[in-house]
Design a protein around this ligand. Structure first.
Ligand SMILES: [Ca+2]
Length: 502
């Protein structure tokens, strides 16, 4: 077995890894970065103990592609999904978990993996999954088994809230049955029952704050009288000439009246604080086992949520609410590699987590990875993002200060100065003072395009594609509404059937 690559390797065995992922948590919803409303004392403390990357992005901000990036250390171009393909098997390249397992780590995943086929272990020795009721795709769900054992078979969704809408209500069962508590308890138990002769890699993947928005009543009460802020407004987002992909989002998602909006946001924040407090138990378990100082901890999210900013909800967009993610790394206490409480402004993405963790643990990074270690000297000048294909597609490139977003349908460009306008309220793409910036970022963007995207380029210029007639689809399925899950659902004849949007 390899020893940890540091001068302390003789004294300290290879570090454990606690890798925490949440689902749909925007990078700006963190107390320590100055958000005046949200309470995240535990994550704040992780940041004080490690390094925060404020310029961290989800390069394809929707669940399946983002998780493929996390688990393979690659971008969509390599792992093959920039859409959201529920029945796409993992690519035949090394996985994060597989690399740790091969190096002698005891590896487990708890919570959401969102891979196909369900229960593909993608290199983990053990998986304990909570897949948000996707049993149409086959494979049993450990959280649903747990609920059944407790006498609540099939009752996960009896609160009635949709998996992709912004209605909310308090959790309908007792606290210990909440999915956030189940994931915590299962992961904490795995910490306690580890093999003491091997280093461990614990992947803990919370399914919230992604809807259904069903916070514990106690956490909602905590926020009941709080001012949680208003959504960001902008002239460009109210223009009749809105890019097609945005017009669809604004029309299909419910627009909540102010009072309901405030409560929705409180309920969302309540879910975040609930997770934050549960993370304490993971840290407490490591501490009581005497292994906290020799554990690397990572906290991130697969993508964020617009939460009404610019009139939009959910993800798939490259605005900060959707694409910027929390990213914190706490090193083991025995090294001097990361100054506690530091901030690193380099551009990073989810594809960087795998090479980072492998490098920190002295494991060779597979050649398939196109991510870059976040703690190494090599840094990227620009970060590229891509989401969807056809008329709903968008592409993004940023140098950390300026962000260029391209909507091929209608050939729309937007340019934002993230230093002077972090809320992206002013589109500078047509401003005469910024044409050099636009031209420079366009040149960089051209270098990133591949596949069908090249049809949108003529003679080296962006021409895009036609805008389809705006037809708002009906939403008969209430955005992925679940029903009663007992008796168990039959596996769909068409495993590609979408039973959730990520
Ligand atoms: Ca997600």
């Amino acid at each position: 077995m390899k020893e940890f690559a540091s001068s302390n390797s003789a004294k300290h065995p290879r570090p454990h890894v606690l890798f925490i992922t949440v689902d749909q948590w925007p990078g700006h919803l963190l107390g320590f970065t100055g958000n005046p409303s949200i309470e995240t004392p535990t994550i704040d403390n992780l940041a004080k103990s490690g390094v925060h990357f404020p310029n961290a992005y989800s390069g394809c901000p929707v669940c399946i592609p983002a998780r493929r990036s996390i688990m393979t250390g690659t971008t969509s171009r390599v792992h093959g999904d920039r859409i959201f393909q529920p029945a796409l098997p993992m690519p035949a390249i090394p996985t994060l978990a597989g690399c740790f397992t091969r190096e002698g780590y005891q590896t487990s995943a708890t919570g959401k993996l969102h891979v196909y086929p369900t229960r593909d272990r993608i290199g983990f020795e053990e998986t304990f999954i909570a897949e948000e009721g996707r049993s149409h795709l086959g494979g049993v769900d450990d959280y649903e088994i747990f609920l059944a054992d407790k006498g609540y078979a099939g009752q996960q969704f009896m609160h009635g809230m949709s998996n992709n809408e912004y209605s909310w209500r308090p959790w309908h069962l007792e606290e210990s049955l909440h999915v956030t508590n189940w994931i915590t308890k299962t992961a904490a138990t795995n910490i306690r029952r580890r093999d003491p002769t091997r280093p461990s890699f614990w992947y803990v993947s919370y399914t919230q704050p992604h809807p259904p928005i069903v916070p514990l009543a106690s956490y909602f009460d905590r926020y009941r009288s709080r001012d949680v802020g208003r959504p960001v407004e902008s002239e460009w987002s109210q223009s009749p000439d809105l890019p097609y992909a945005l017009a669809i989002n604004q029309k299909i998602k419910q627009q909540l009246p102010p009072d309901q909006y405030d409560d929705m946001r409180r309920a969302f924040y309540a879910q975040c604080t609930h997770i934050d407090h549960q993370v304490r138990l993971l840290i407490g378990s490591l501490r009581e086992e005497g292994i906290l100082d020799n554990t690397i901890i990572v906290f991130t999210s697969d993508h964020g949520d617009m939460l009404g900013d610019h009139g939009m909800y959910a993800k798939r967009y490259f605005y900060q609410g959707s694409a910027q993610i929390p990213m914190i790394i706490v090193d083991s206490a025995h090294t001097n590699r990361i100054p506690p409480g530091s901030t690193d402004t380099r551009l990073v993405g989810l594809q960087d987590i795998m090479p980072t963790l492998l490098t920190m643990c002295g494991i060779t990074v597979p050649e398939s990875c196109d991510g870059i270690s976040m703690t190494g000297e090599t840094q990227r000048d620009t970060l590229y993002g891509e989401c969807l294909e056809g008329p709903l597609a968008s592409r993004m490139i940023t140098d950390g200060r300026y962000k260029l977003i391209w909507y091929p349908a209608g050939n729309h460009f937007q340019l934002f100065d993230l230093h002077s306008d972090p809320s992206e309220q002013i589109n500078l793409s047509a401003h005469s003072d910024f044409q050099n910036v636009v031209a420079s970022l366009k040149r960089q963007l051209l270098l990133e395009l591949y596949g069908n995207d090249k049809d949108w380029i003529k003679n080296g210029s962006f021409v895009g594609c036609e805008v389809p007639k705006l037809v708002i689809p009906t939403n008969r399925g209430l955005s992925g509404q679940r029903g009663i899950h007992f008796p168990p659902l039959a596996t769909s004849i068409d495993p590609g059937e979408v039973v959730g949007f990520g």
